[in-house]
Design a protein around this ligand. Structure first.
Ligand SMILES: Cc1cc2nc3c(=O)[nH]c(=O)nc-3n(C[C@H](O)[C@H](O)[C@H](O)COP(=O)(O)OP(=O)(O)OC[C@H]3O[C@@H](n4cnc5c(N)ncnc54)[C@H](O)[C@@H]3O)c2cc1C
Length: 449
């Protein structure tokens, strides 16, 4: 049962669960799957929020929890070779004393794996400044569904020929199984400043986001939480967030000491111009860690106050945030639901969190309608159906909202090239023609986080 769900949905048990230790094991398993014509689904930590690692058609689930070796660390060339089951944070911890880290930092980084990050092209709070996983992958070793082993990229930048790593990163386990990744390590900045700007009205916070970047400052992170989420987070983590405000921005600037001071002062001024009632600065590494612990533990904190919740993931241009929050507020009233908001605000990546109780089928129908309206509005605003959680099972049938028939046809041809029988992670990413409800008998099987 442990392997029948991920952080989105509970759906179907795989027929077999295997725990390879080596690439050769994966090759043999792929060949066995081919012989028996079985689906093959890769799985890291199962923290995916779009149902990607759920074996919807049964078959073999390939779980990477025993392929977790950091094979090589090459600090001089700022790179590491890792097996796919290495936990994201463990890589940063392994090089921290030498002043390095792995930049992609999903909020799930204590649990999620590098294989999952590559498959989902994951981002995190620091995406604003450092990009998503693809910007930190130098090369990959992959096993194709017939057992063939291929290598993409190189240990240096700008490999000639097609950028095949770029094709595989973000392909959600539908093109090949990652058995090793060569990733870039980043130097820790000389100085970091973490600010917490507190607002009595949400609109002040959303306006600040666009105003900061309009000044030509790119913070390393620019996160927003509304008052509803804050109170849940504070009760769970005691991170020092105010309980009586409408929203906060968690803003981080990093780089050379002098520049960081200057940017922090400038950001504070922008926050105050946009009606921030108070701007606090973390005074120590411990205070900074506590603020981030609160932010990164937000989903868990909401799990304490609601039997279930559904995390929506969409993107809009950040200048449209005030409008979008008003719209989400109107949906709360229209559908009589509680919706909390946590954003990677700097890159316009929304995570409205809709609380519900899976025992209430009528409420689930309202949740589905509200979630759908949010995504439709993201698309209308020139955004996208997902910012970082991927398409997976959840949004495959929404792909036509942002891609033409020709675009999808081309993607289908690429999939057929690497995964001609469609046995690798079937039913994910590309449209299946079935609606979510039909697939899952309700809201994602009713097992959301
Ligand atoms: C609390 C919480 C916070 C989160 N915060 C963020 C965030 O800030 N940013 C973000 O981007 N995501 C976030 N996520 C989503 C999730 O953590 C990421 O998508 C993560 O990269 C998934 O990693 P995983 O190891 O759990 O992969 P899984 O969930 O096990 O799998 C995800 C997908 O990757 C494929 N896959 C896994 N391993 C391999 C492999 N070796 N080869 C090929 N395909 C493979 C699977 O088939 C599946 O399609 C969050 C999730 C939770 C629960």
């Amino acid at each position: 049962m442990l392997y029948e769900y991920d952080a989105l949905s509970s759906m179907r048990q795989p027929d077999v669960v295997v725990f390879p230790r080596t690439t050769e094991h994966v090759v043999q398993i792929a060949k066995a799957a081919l012989r028996h014509n079985l689906p093959l689904v890769a799985r890291g930590a199962g923290t995916g929020l779009s149902g990607g690692s759920v074996a919807t058609e049964g078959g073999i689930l390939l779980v990477f929890s025993r392929m977790k070796q950091i094979v090589e660390i090459d600090l001089e060339n700022q790179r590491a070779r890792v097996q796919p089951g290495v936990v994201n944070l463990d890589l940063s911890l392994a090089v921290a004393d030498d002043g390095y880290y792995f930049a992609p930092d999903p909020s799930s980084q204590k649990a999620c794996t590098i294989g999952g990050n590559v498959a989902e092209n994951s981002g995190g709070p620091h995406t604003l400044a450092y990009g998503v996983t693809t910007n930190h992958v130098l090369g990959l070793e992959l096993v194709l569904p017939d057992g063939e082993v291929i290598h993409t990229g190189a240990s240096h930048w700008d490999q000639p020929g097609y950028d095949l790593s770029g094709v595989f990163v973000g392909s959600e386990g539908t093109l090949g199984v990652v058995t090793e990744a060569t990733v870039r390590l980043s130097r820790k900045p000389e100085a970091v400043k973490t600010l917490l700007a507190i607002y009595n009205e949400v609109v002040g916070a959303t306006r600040t986001v666009a105003a900061i970047t309009a000044r030509g400052i790119t913070p390393a992170a620019l996160e927003m939480m509304d008052g509803f989420c804050l109170r849940a987070v504070e009760e769970a983590t005691h991170a020092g967030y105010p309980m009586d405000c409408a929203a906060v921005l968690l803003i981080e600037v990093e780089g050379l000491r002098e520049a960081v001071e200057e940017h922090a002062d400038e950001i504070e001024a922008v926050c105050r111009e946009n009606q921030s009632r108070e701007v606090r600065r973390a005074k120590s590494a411990e205070e900074r860690d506590l603020l981030w612990k609160g932010r990164k533990g937000a989903f868990g904190a909401l799990g304490r106050i609601s039997p279930n919740f559904y995390v929506q993931d969409g993107v809009i241009p950040r200048t449209r945030l005030p409008e979008m929050l008003d719209f989400i507020g109107s949906l709360e009233k229209k559908y009589d639901l509680h919706i909390g908001n946590i954003f990677h605000a700097g890159d316009g990546n929304l995570h409205p969190i809709i609380l519900y109780d899976e025992r209430n089928r009528e409420q689930i129908a309202r949740v589905i309608s509200a979630a759908k309206e949010i995504i439709m509005r993201c698309v209308e605003m020139g955004g996208s159906i997902t910012g970082e959680h991927g398409v997976g099972l959840e949004k495959s049938d929404l792909m036509p909202l942002i891609f033409s028939d020709d675009d999808l046809e081309l993607m289908g041809r690429i999939k057929n090239l690497f995964n001609p029988q469609g046995r690798l992670n079937p039913g994910k990413l590309l449209p299946t023609g079935k609606m979510c409800g039909e697939l899952r008998g309700g809201l994602m099987g009713g097992g959301v986080v």
